[in-house]
Design a protein around this ligand. Structure first.
Ligand code: E4P
Length: 308
């Protein structure tokens, strides 16, 4: 399990300047014990997944993306917009991240207005980078320019597809409201692409290798190359970002994404994430534990002694 080094006073100081997440209830003499706790979002565009969690007060927002919209049945842009609008109405006033699909600055800024019109709680999801895989020779600063333009217009953004700490820092400097490091995809990628004949983490970090340009471009930390466990590499990314944001008292919220299991969920909390966006199926696994179940069975059996 990922073990971060001890929390610094800067991390605590940053918490003081972050918003209250669980407000006190007027008339209730119990103060809310987790007023600055981490929030849980649902990573889904399926109403049936989201609604029960929302009604139970378990989630405080959702994140969507084109893949999730496709999964929820959208077959055209109009249908996708219909789903996004419905989700904004369902979640209001909680934030709903809606992702841009355009690839150039002007078109992205225009599409941000189109998506923003779907709900007052819409947050525009801007992919980091310049998307060379789909826009060969494009402007590498496209994402950051769009974030800056939207910040100037007073539009909230969630910068998605964050895989290293400098991307997160740049996004914050450009004015991002949230940044989404995809922690689950980091170990997925290393596990799939590492060359077993080389040092661990070689697919992400080309230490000691000459001319590995692709490796350099995706490097996020020397953590694995220096002996850190591959399974902890995503949490390490969150920890790096949380530390940098604390060092500079940055209030952009760290929205940990691409969470695969309850262990990663705990690791995000250890590492200092502000928000965790979690698929509904993973959320369903966190409430229970085999020992909770077994314990309850025992208590129930013993409680029978009082029933006559
Ligand atoms: C975040 O906002 C994304 O929707 C997300 O978590 C994607 O994760 P994936 O790696 O499961 O696609």
């Amino acid at each position: 399990m990922f073990m971060p080094s001890i929390n610094s006073s800067a991390l605590f100081a940053r918490k003081n300047i972050m918003p209250v997440i669980n407000a006190d209830k007027p008339g209730n003499n119990l103060r809310h014990p987790a007023s600055k706790g981490a929030r849980i979002f649902c990573d889904s565009a399926v109403r049936a997944d989201i609604e029960p969690l929302l009604k139970a007060g378990l989630i405080h927002g959702i994140t969507t993306n084109p893949t999730l919209l496709k999964k929820s049945g959208a077959k055209s842009w109009d249908e996708a917009k219909g789903i996004m609008k419905d989700l904004c109405a369902l979640l209001n006033p909680f934030p709903v991240s809606l992702e841009l699909t355009e690839l150039t600055e002007e078109k992205m800024v225009a599409q941000a207005s189109e998506l923003g019109a779907l709900g007052t709680n819409a947050v525009i999801k801007v992919p980091a980078g310049g998307y060379p895989a789909v826009v060969p020779g494009g402007d590498p600063f496209t994402g950051f320019k769009v974030i800056r333009r939207l910040w100037e217009k007073g539009i909230k953004t969630n910068v998605t597809l964050i895989f290293n700490t400098t991307q997160a820092f740049w996004a914050a400097n450009a004015g991002a409201t949230y940044i989404s490091p995809f922690l689950g995809r980091v170990p997925d990628y290393i596990n799939k692409n590492d060359d077993p004949a080389k040092a661990a983490g070689n697919s992400l970090y080309s230490i000691g290798e000459k001319g590995v340009v692709a490796g350099d471009r995706v490097a996020n930390s020397e953590y694995v190359a220096a002996g850190g466990a591959i399974k902890d590499s995503g949490a390490r990314l969150i920890f790096e970002i949380a530390t940098v944001f604390a060092n500079y008292q940055i209030t952009t919220e760290i929205l940990a994404a691409s969470i695969r299991n309850p262990v990663q969920l705990t690791e995000c909390l250890l590492a200092g994430a502000d928000i965790l966006t979690v698929p509904a199926n993973v959320l369903q696994t966190v409430a229970d534990h085999p020992l909770s179940d077994e314990g309850m069975k025992g208590f129930l059996a013993d409680s029978k002694a009082f029933s006559t």
